[in-house]
Ligand binder design. Structure first.
Ligand code: NAD
Length: 450
């Protein structure tokens, strides 16, 4: 524990949690030096040796055995980015290799402290990078614990976790001993990170905010659609980057769909998964301001609304009741912004082309879900979306083999799958001119620019 500490807050009670350390600039420099030292040996290990360490690490995280621990142990532990032989002729062999970038800083938001820490560590370790993870100051504990477990298993300096205050992230982005930033968080912070990283030309992976839409066509079972849409919207009270934040329902099924959706959402009980607290006060105020904007502008609430029901009154903590706003103007904050909380607009549409244009009419492009049983039409709609992911007939599922990336202001680069590893590497092209008898041309590099 460093000299300075603070206390996190339990969002369901508003009370203090445990003491947590605040790293100083010197703590960061020591961690960076250790990570650079460790990089020399860690990056030189064979893939199989690194994967043995990773499997061991995953076994020690037993308590949290879930899909992402599996990712650490079974999937990316065995993945690699193989050399590509681009040309191999009588004269020349050209090989593109992927070499580990070096020391990675993993900067995380507060919404999934365990999963996101693993998501940052797995590709870094698999490619031979070392990593320093910085959890959000709102949720430091899980990542710090993972750091302790990592230190028992991995060589010193390979995985380190530093908790801190608002200074730590900016210190990381400017530190010359860090070679890549893998960031998950808001678009606004992502832009600051990219600007700061340009000073030292650090590589960046940015997994940012989104404004994901659900498109429900008229051929999908209406009750099932309402259930799937409700889950994708209100799980974790909407505090998921790829949660549905705009619901577009075909006008011919709108009334029936709303009957089902309203009944489902009204059944949510405070304290349960679909009606959990907002994680922190800052975020609570942000969601509340969008809620208040809808009320002040007189939008129609199908669930929630009215100052009495908007907050859960007799409960401490940062609870906001789930709310559905029907057909607000497309230009309103609730349609244009990412609330990252339990309030969502439902809008109607008539024509496929029109709905695709409305879904794409946003500066972000993280994901979208299409509910459509006509396969050809479902592909046509999905392929017209300007998003990193499009799920058809079910969302909120990430398969560890598939790249999770983004379009537009939702990010740069990507995570997961063998393709995700590429972003933790630099490429190197080796052009090897083969020895040939005098006078045959190879030694003069003839044809180099031909
Ligand atoms: P945030 O951007 O406020 O903070 C994220 C992290 O960045 C924190 O650790 C914070 O301390 C750090 N930070 C803040 N300013 C910094 C700076 N100038 N330099 C370096 N680091 C800095 O985001 P948040 O409120 O914690 O998380 C919510 C956001 O995260 C939402 O917009 C959500 O969509 C997004 N998110 C995206 C994904 C994804 O995969 N695309 C996943 C989860 C969350």
């Amino acid at each position: 524990m460093g000299a300075k500490t603070y206390y996190g807050i339990d969002p369901s009670t508003g009370k203090d949690l445990w003491e947590a350390p605040i790293a100083t600039e010197e703590d960061l420099s020591n961690a960076v030096a250790a990570a650079n030292d460790a990089f020399k040996e860690w990056s030189a290990l064979q893939q199989q040796e690194r994967s043995r360490f990773m499997k061991d690490f995953a076994d020690h995280l037993e308590k949290h055995k879930d899909a992402l621990t599996e990712l650490l142990s079974k999937e990316s532990a065995d993945w690699s980015v193989p050399d590509i032989v681009q040309k191999d002729t009588e004269d020349v062999k050209i090989v593109v290799q992927h070499t580990p970038i070096g020391v990675v800083a993993g900067i995380m938001p507060w919404n999934y402290p365990f999963q996101l820490a693993i998501l940052k560590m797995a590709p870094a370790l698999a490619t031979g990078c070392t990593i320093i993870v910085k959890p959000s100051p709102f949720t430091p504990y899980t990542a710090l614990k993972i750091g302790e477990i990592a230190a028992e298993i991995l060589p010193p300096g390979v995985v380190q976790v530093l908790g801190g205050d608002d200074n730590l992230g900016p210190w990381m982005t400017k530190h010359p001993g860090i070679h890549k930033i893998s960031f998950t968080g808001s678009t606004a912070t992502g832009k600051k990170i990219m600007a700061a990283a340009s000073e030292t030309l650090k590589r960046v992976n940015l997994e940012l905010g989104g404004n994901d839409a659900a498109v429900v066509t008229e051929d999908f079972d209406i009750a099932e659609a309402a259930q799937l849409v409700a889950t994708a919207t209100f799980a974790h009270s909407g505090q998921i980057c790829m949660a549905t934040k705009r619901i577009y329902v075909h006008e011919s099924i709108y009334d029936e769909f709303m009957k089902h959706l309203v009944a489902i959402v009204k059944s949510y009980k405070p304290g349960e998964g679909f009606y959990s607290p907002i994680q922190n006060k800052l975020q609570f105020e942000k969601v509340k301001s969008i809620y208040d904007d809808c009320e002040e502008r007189g939008f129609n609430f199908a669930v929630g609304g009215g100052s009495k029901v908007s907050m859960h009154e007799n409960r401490p903590g940062y609870f906001i009741a789930p709310a559905i706003v029907t057909n607000p103007p497309e230009s309103s904050r609730i349609v244009q912004e990412e609330p990252f909380g339990p309030i969502v607009p439902v809008l109607t549409w008539r024509d496929d082309k029109e709905v695709v244009e409305r879904v794409n009419d946003t500066p972000t492009g993280l994901g979208a879900i299409v509910y459509c049983r006509d396969e050809k039409r479902a592909w046509r709609i999905s392929e017209s979306l300007q998003t990193g992911s499009a799920w058809v007939n079910g969302g909120l599922k990430l398969d560890p083999v598939a790249l999770f990336g983004a379009h537009k202001q939702s990010g740069i680069g990507g995570e997961l799958g063998p393709l995700g590893l590429k972003y933790y590497t630099n490429t190197r092209t080796i052009t090897y001119w083969k020895d040939k008898p005098e006078g045959t041309g190879a030694k003069s590099n003839k044809g180099l620019f031909a």
